[in-house]
Design a binder for this molecule. Sequence first.
Ligand code: NAP
Ligand code: FE
Length: 367
Amino acid sequence: MNCYMPVRLFTGANCLIRNEEALRSLGDRCLIVCGKSGAESSGALGEAKAALSNRGVRFDVFDSVRENPTVQSCIEAGRAAHAFGARFILGIGGGSALDAAKAASVFAANSDLDEDGFYGKNWQNRPLPIALIGTTAGTGSEVTMVSVLTDKLGRKRSIHDERLYAAIAFSDSRYTLSLPVSLTLNTGIDALSHCAESYFSKKASYISRAYSLYGIRLLVPPLKCAARGELPDESAREDLCRGAILGGLAINLTGTCFPHNLGYYLTERYKIPHGPASAAFLSELLDHIEAAFPGEAAKFYGCAGTDACELRELIRAATAGINVFMEPDELEAVLPRWSDNGSVKNTQGDVTLFDIKRYFTKFTLKR
Ligand code: NAP
Ligand code: FE
């Protein structure tokens, strides 16, 4: 096991205002990287601006990050940071804005870098320091060294590098109160996938499993509430945020398994949001583990304080909105992409292309 997580994480109500000097420690000029509305409606953007102003940090705002951000948009954010003379990048939002902020910090410090150089890690200069404020309870990107972007071919592609760790991150569940119930479920189910996939990763360890199991314990009750169409109350939102951070800590150590990678295709091709797309194949992971390792599956459910029915019911509710139809020819054409895939190989037990075809077949049969 190689366990390294250097992010200074502040949590709890008002953690940003209570620790605003930590932002100042990163420099006196900052580019805020965020989306059009989430950062603002969550209240995080306003509080961040106040914190920066209180400490004499000058800032500019790049608010053009979209869902499943493109590398190109991160290049633009990097240029904006460079032009402004930013000393650090502050990402505010869900996983999309946080991942874009991580990449922008690389482009800001390496103004000639293109997409290939980015993925090839041909970075001459160290990325600018990164601060992150999460406004969804889902990805756990606050604590991972991962950025998931959309490349020039339209494919979701992740990059892992220790230089992408944030120097500081803030997790305050008050910022998630503006999420409607549908987004609460869509983003929160991603955290559940992280915990379950990490648990059944070949790289799972006693530390990652501790994160996974407690994460699931915290996540299931508020997600069940959201699945019923009810907004979780404030304390349940706090549990969601904690569970999401734990899921991030878990996948940071282990990576994800096949559900996440198969889900990328649903997002690219059918625009299914990341959470439901990842959970679309989570029941298949549970089936696979129950068949291959029944003892391990029973232990997992018991230690996570749940059972197979409860988890499957939750997954069904979170993925009920997925309505895609895939022609059999399309399925045949796309299958080779998983023939040598890291997330598929990271799954405990053998997952073959034949299995993947079977998992996707439900989408060819829907009509
Ligand atoms: P998201 O794509 O960041 O945001 C989804 C939507 O929620 C956006 O429309 C956003 O608005 C809005 N929003 C965000 N916070 C809000 C708030 N507090 N109130 C109201 N609306 C809000 O969703 P996400 O699920 O958090 O992130 C998904 C991305 O993260 C995917 O690209 C996925 O691949 C990636 N991911 C990364 C990691 C990692 O370790 N790096 C792990 C898992 C997933 P705006 O667009 O206006 O902000
Ligand atoms: Fe995810």
